[in-house]
Design a protein around this ligand. Sequence first.
Ligand code: IPE
Ligand code: IPE
Ligand code: MG
Ligand code: MG
Ligand code: MG
Length: 289
Amino acid sequence: MFHARLTECAERVSGCLRTVFSELEKTPLVDAMAYGVTGGKCMRAFLVMESARLFGIPDSQSVWAASAVEAMHGYSLIHDDLPCMDDDDLRRGHPTVHVKWDEATAVLAGDALQSLAFELLARPELAADPVIRLTLCASMARASGAKGMVIGQAQDIAAETARKKLTLDEITVLQGNKTGALIGWSCEAGAVLAAQDPAQLRAYSCALGLAFQIADDILDVEGNAELAGKAVGKDARAGKATFVSLLGLETAKQRARALVDDAQAMLEPYGAKAQVLRDAAGFVISREL
Ligand code: IPE
Ligand code: IPE
Ligand code: MG
Ligand code: MG
Ligand code: MG
């Protein structure tokens, strides 16, 4: 069920983004943008569409928010891979955007995907009520910017050269920004679309986001580059403090499992309707990519 829904969601989002790109003049910039939103797991989009389903919001509406968060996430990865950041050549099993095109195109494709995310959230197809669209634009700005993903990326880069290794609490804050903020936005989006209280989904996403990042750190140590579609072993080479380097592999795995239990418990109020989101939490720590 979970895998079928994830695939269905990825197809819907890719169809939506394809239509949007087909309305733009075909240029290397637009090709690079389309490439940058292709081939991912679409976990954030899935969280948007499933949280929306909990409240009876149709996919035809939520797909716009799901596409927006994948555009934002795609931008963050294109920039994350740049030589001035993580300097990676491989992403999702293919050459990174700056390798396939060039650095300027990668910077600009990321910039344009970021703008596109807000454009999609402003589309009337997302919600008839403009206040809901504005709320999602504003929360996306917070989650992706200097209080969210971007500050997390800055903290991550700073940690690489810091003389003192980060503590567990500091890493938890950093990851909450870098990875947690967009995952949190995705989980809460369904409740916002339905004008309902997102508190319960926020609690789910806090545990889920942390488990997701611990799994990413574990994959960097134990994962297979071919399966993961990206380089592994980079965190240790960069001397980066991660959940794994601080806790050790076994404790990190235990912590991730406990977080998945916590995340699942937060879905109690939604009963059987939330089963796919429960399964998603399990997937986050068992994935190989
Ligand atoms: C990778 O995110 C980067 C992190 C925030 C850890 P995903 O693992 O969701 O990457 P894709 O979108 O599936 O490629
Ligand atoms: C990337 O984190 C997070 C964002 C792009 C916000 P990482 O640098 O750990 O992600 P990977 O390992 O390259 O996918
Ligand atoms: Mg990085
Ligand atoms: Mg990286
Ligand atoms: Mg990583």
